[in-house]
Design a protein around this ligand. Structure first.
Ligand code: PLP
Length: 370
């Protein structure tokens, strides 16, 4: 048996039992809420994880880059939503990809619609180019304002397009991460649902058919009580969770599947801190939960199996390869770190060491790229 104690550090560990439980729970949850599940694979960027999601019966997948789209298309995933505003300089790649898989794009501007229509008449192809209208449900990052005349105008234009296939309206409740409490997450989730259902109703009253209503973030999906008016959800982070979710109260420590194994590489006698080999290029610089009274760049396990974190020892500063641990530890000892943001952490590594207990049972590639 190869054990995690044999691993060179820093290493990214993926707990298979926790992963499988997380996948099962979200599948059951979306089924109970009456919506299709289209997981965002940007969290794991991993074929083996996506295959497990597919085996449990998902509607298709969501990607964040065209590189992800290409990799997953090359491995048999043939229904992909690229949930990112269209990048004009990548349209030749879009066109090629849309010839071999069902590709769904997201737009929130008339310029993007014009650019897509300029690609030619996809309706004549075996697979039309599908387009979602991106809506701002309160996160204020991207998307049309659903109250605005421009939103109505754009929906009408998409629904009437002779070359594009209108899939409906799509949003992402990223503001659910602002919490700070579970009650506020629940309010953001209900806002997402009601804004989207209300906008879909308004479009239908205007005579515009809205086939789909797509929502989704992991915190919102963890707490939402109903999804009437919604057809699909696109959570990503739920497969791994992380300390940000723990701090929001949307999962427990034992629901976190991804950890970073690091070694203590420096400690000066008498000092109350040590240096580990997990810096920003292992953990990312995501500042995690908004808790000014206890800032953290990564939590340290006191007991992994029991799901207990250290009270005092945590990562308090990161440079490129160095992590500053707020506790004295012997050089050569190891720590297991719960990252603030598992998506960004996974994106720093080339592979997962897949573990059951302390045994490494597999290694899975992380397909990073743009
Ligand atoms: C457009 C879009 N949809 C879905 C998601 C998934 O959100 P989460 O990782 O919270 O589940 C994201 C994440 O950033 C996103 O940007």
């Amino acid at each position: 048996m190869i054990s995690i104690h044999d691993l060179p550090t820093p290493a990214l560990l993926l707990d298979l039992d926790v992963l499988e439980a997380n996948l099962r729970r979200m599948k059951e949850r979306t089924a109970a809420l009456g919506v299709a599940l289209r997981p965002h694979v940007k969290t794991h960027k991993c074929l083996e994880v996506a295959e497990r999601q597919r085996a449990s019966g998902v509607a298709g997948i969501t990607v964040s880059t065209l590189y992800e789209a290409r990799v997953f298309a090359d491995h048999g995933f043939d229904d992909l939503t690229w949930a990112f505003p269209v990048i004009f300089s990548r349209l030749p790649e879009v066109r090629k990809l849309a010839e071999r898989v069902t590709l769904r794009l997201v737009v929130d501007s008339p310029e993007a619609v014009t650019a897509l229509e300029g690609l030619g008449n996809f309706r004549r192809l075996r697979r039309p180019l599908h387009v979602w209208l991106k809506v701002d449900c309160g996160y204020h990052r991207a998307g049309v304002d659903p109250e605005s005349p421009a939103a109505l105008e754009l929906a009408r234009r998409l629904a009437g397009s002779s070359s594009l296939h209108f899939d409906g309206i799509l949003t992402h409740s990223g503001h659910a991460y602002h919490g700070p409490t579970r009650a506020e997450v629940a309010a953001a989730a209900e806002q997402e649902r009601s804004v989207m259902a209300g906008f879909a109703d308004r479009l239908r009253q205007e005579g515009i058919a809205v086939p789909g209503v797509s929502v989704g973030s992991t915190p919102a999906m963890a707490v939402v009580e109903r999804l009437d008016g919604v057809t699909e959800a696109r959570p990503g982070n739920y497969c791994f969770h992380d300390f940000a979710q723990v701090a929001l109260g949307t999962c427990g420590v034992r629901d976190c599947a991804v950890t970073v194994l690091a070694s203590v590489v420096s400690h000066r006698p008498g000092e109350d801190r040590s240096v580990v080999d997990a810096g920003a290029l292992a953990l990312s610089k995501d500042p995690g939960p908004e808790r000014p009274e206890r800032p953290t760049m990564g939590e340290v396990f006191a007991d992994y199996e029991a799901g207990v974190l250290e009270e005092e020892a945590r990562l308090v500063a990161l440079s490129q390869e160095h992590g500053i641990l707020s506790a004295p530890r012997p050089v050569g000892s190891r720590v297991r770190i719960l990252p603030n943001h598992s998506c960004l952490t996974a994106a720093q590594f080339d592979e997962y060491a897949v573990v059951r207990g302390e045994e490494i049972v597999d290694r899975w590639r992380i397909w990073r790229g743009r």
